[in-house]
Design a protein around this ligand. Structure first.
Ligand code: C2O
Ligand code: CU
Length: 665
């Protein structure tokens, strides 16, 4: 069973626990002693089951259970034990017709119910890490609930007692004064603890984490504004100049459907930028009428930091009427894409994206025929309000290819959710992931590929003499068809692809030496991803959090040039988080403790699915201040975004990043 399923099961058992304790409390208050006893026993049993599910989850990682083990279960355990000790004997006695359930019995059982509820609320609203502040506030609230319940329940019980035993007034008075005493001192303790907890939560947090490495040095500062790209191409290279104007436009898709898009140059996707390795890419970005402002971020391309297009960090967002020139050498071969990085959850979704493909300089791929003979298709996938657009067309795309031709399909996921891709009709290889070639990728067929948001796969094969179909998310009518030339266009039969197993890239291809020692790291950062209540851009929100915080209150990760940096990324939530670091690909070390044993796998966006734990590493060789975020762009907007900062690098472009319009410029 996956950790994600254990998390769900644990939530279900937690809900049952709450229901059982409340049911026990209510039946008890109603003096239904027979059912009350049964329900109490059930509450105890389901609580024990909960202990088991938490223990199972603990085996998957401390991050999944910390608040449950340190707060939720101890609270419930203590309250539950008291409830059993107080109410249990009363119930047994009542069943034999000797005595009755007291107010104390009812209150103790209901308190266990509050403790169970509080534990689950902490899991959902706070999560990891548990703080002293949370623990104090939560226990105070449970105690306050117990005291208030006592105030409500006790008088009712008193009435019954008074009816039953007229003339025992002194007893009653003593009980009342004892209760008053408990009420006042208890109230005072609860208020003090809650106050202390609240106060603690306002303590300023660390703004930087060092990951076990040294802190900031007194190194002379360099500004990201000075970390700019090279002014000239490599010998033999050319300058590839483009002007991209961001503007609103109504785009007519091939099906006739019109979309109100935000575009580069009125096109969706924006103009394809292509280059040959060593060329200089120079793009002037203009903003015609996108009020929020725009930038160009070169997703997966390790440009110098000043060219990275992160507003509020590497530049200011380009306002309407303004422009900005990006310039960098295309030294890295492969499939990439570009998109705005300002309010990107809106801008990219509406169409501010395009492709970047860099071909190797001649003769580097001896096994392939000349470019002219190849079918080389760049296929960004984007969804506009339910309409899937592949490259520039919605509906099915057809493409001719003569049998025997080498084909390369460059798939790019520009959406915020993963896509499931099946290539039917031919064996193929995954030649590259996120632009980087794999080592000896083997031929596969009848497998599905899981393409994370932001990710790219290059699929290669030799065109057979029958047609080939690219099926996206099981939609057998849409997608792409490659047809052999001369073949009568007819319906290629495509089987149901929903049962195909997913190709595990961690076991695909042949191993090769890593360029650095992956057993040690100079810095190690753990990022626990979850939902919770946190401040996002200065506002309280039900946020997407990293270690319990939202942007920009998540501490910057400090590294120094040359460091080997390791990330442990843990997903405690029930959503998928495509993790993306700017400026560096990361080498995948393991997923859920299972090491990567195939080709070295370098990714710039890796999907951390519910309950998964990924270990990745990279060497810090590209100085700057780099965004490090979830590439589900609405998640990033809801807080799941932080910065990796090199020692000695500063930014003059302070302010918020990519948040609400109007920030940072
Ligand atoms: Cu593709 Cu920070 O983004
Ligand atoms: Cu996410």
């Amino acid at each position: 069973m996956t950790t994600g399923l254990w998390i769900i099961l644990d939530h279900v058992v937690a809900l049952l626990t709450i229901a059982a304790w409340f049911a026990a409390g209510v039946t008890l208050a109603l003096r239904r002693t027979r059912p009350a006893l049964a329900v109490l026993v059930a509450a105890v049993l389901v609580t024990l089951v909960r202990v088991a599910t938490v223990a199972m989850l603990a085996g998957r990682g401390w991050w999944f259970v910390q608040e449950k083990v340190l707060l939720g279960l101890p609270m419930l355990g203590a309250a539950g034990a008291v409830a059993v000790l107080v109410a249990g004997p009363q119930l047994l006695a009542a069943r034999r017709g000797r005595g009755d359930v007291t107010a104390g019995g009812v209150v103790s059982v209901l308190t266990a119910a509050y403790a169970a509820l509080a534990g689950l609320v902490v899991t959902f609203l706070v999560g990891y890490p548990l703080t002293l502040s949370t623990a104090l506030i939560t226990t105070s609230l449970v105690c306050a609930g117990a005291l208030l319940t006592g105030r409500v329940v006790a008088p009712a019980v008193e009435d019954i007692a008074a009816d039953a035993a007229v003339g025992q007034a002194p007893e009653g008075r003593r009980a009342i004064s004892r209760r008053r005493f408990i009420g006042w001192t208890g109230g005072a303790v609860v208020v003090t603890a809650a106050g202390a907890g609240t106060g603690l939560s306002f303590l300023p947090a660390e703004s930087v984490t060092r990951g076990g490495g040294p802190g900031r040095s007194s190194r002379a500062a360099v500004s990201v504004a000075d970390l700019r790209g090279s002014g000239s191409p490599a010998a033999g290279g050319t300058v590839r100049r483009h002007v991209l104007t961001a503007k609103k436009a109504t785009v007519r898709l091939p099906s006739g459907r019109e979309i109100d898009a935000w575009t580069y140059n009125g096109e969706v996707p924006g103009p394809a930028i292509t280059a040959t390795q060593g060329d200089l890419i120079e793009v002037r970005l203009r903003n015609a009428d996108i009020e929020d402002g725009v930038t160009l971020h070169w997703h997966g391309y390790d440009v110098p930091c000043g060219e990275d297009g992160a507003p509020g960090v590497t530049q200011l967002a380009v306002a309407p009427g303004d422009d900005f020139v990006y310039r960098f050498r295309a030294d890295q071969v492969g499939t990439y894409w570009y998109h705005t990085h300002h309010a990107s959850h809106v801008g990219v979704h509406k169409g501010l994206y395009g492709t970047l493909v860099v071909q190797p300089r001649g003769g580097q791929r001896a096994d392939e025929q000349s470019a002219a003979e190849q079918v080389d298709l760049t296929l960004p996938v984007h969804t506009f309000d339910g309409t899937v657009v592949i490259a520039d067309s919605d509906g099915r795309t057809e493409h001719p290819a003569s049998p025997g031709t080498p084909v390369r399909l460059r798939l790019i996921n520009t959406d915020s959710d993963p896509h499931r891709i099946v290539l039917a009709g031919t064996p193929f290889r995954v030649a590259a992931v996120d632009g980087r070639d794999l080592n000896q990728p083997g031929e596969v067929s009848d497998v599905a590929l899981h393409l994370p948001a932001g990710g790219r796969y290059d699929l290669v094969f030799v065109m057979p003499d029958t047609s080939v179909a690219l099926v996206l998310d099981g939609d057998r009518d849409g997608g792409l068809r490659l047809r052999p030339l001369g073949d009568v266009p007819g319906e290629a039969r495509i089987e149901d692809t929903s049962d195909l197993p997913e190709l595990n890239l961690l076991r695909y291809g042949a191993p090769a030496a890593a360029p650095f020692d992956t057993r040690t790291a100079d810095r190690h950062f753990t990022m626990v991803l979850d939902r919770g209540v946190a401040m996002v851009d200065g506002q309280p929100a039900y946020a997407q959090t990293v270690n319990g915080r939202g942007h920009p209150a998540i501490p910057d990760q400090l590294v120094a040039e040359g460091d080997i940096v390791r990330f442990t990324v843990v997903n405690r939530s029930l959503e998928t988080h495509p993790w993306h670091l700017h400026g560096h690909p990361v080498l995948i070390l393991s997923r859920d403790g299972t090491p990567s044993t195939g080709s070295p796998l370098w990714m710039d966006t890796f999907d951390v699915r519910p309950g998964e734990i990924w270990e990745v590493a990279f060497r810090a060789t590209n100085p700057g201040i780099w965004m490090n975020h979830c590439h589900n762009l609405p998640h990033a907007h809801q807080g799941m975004m932080l910065r990796l900062r090199y020692d000695g690098v500063t930014t003059p472009f302070g302010g918020s990043h990519g948040g609400s319009p109007g920030h940072g410029h």
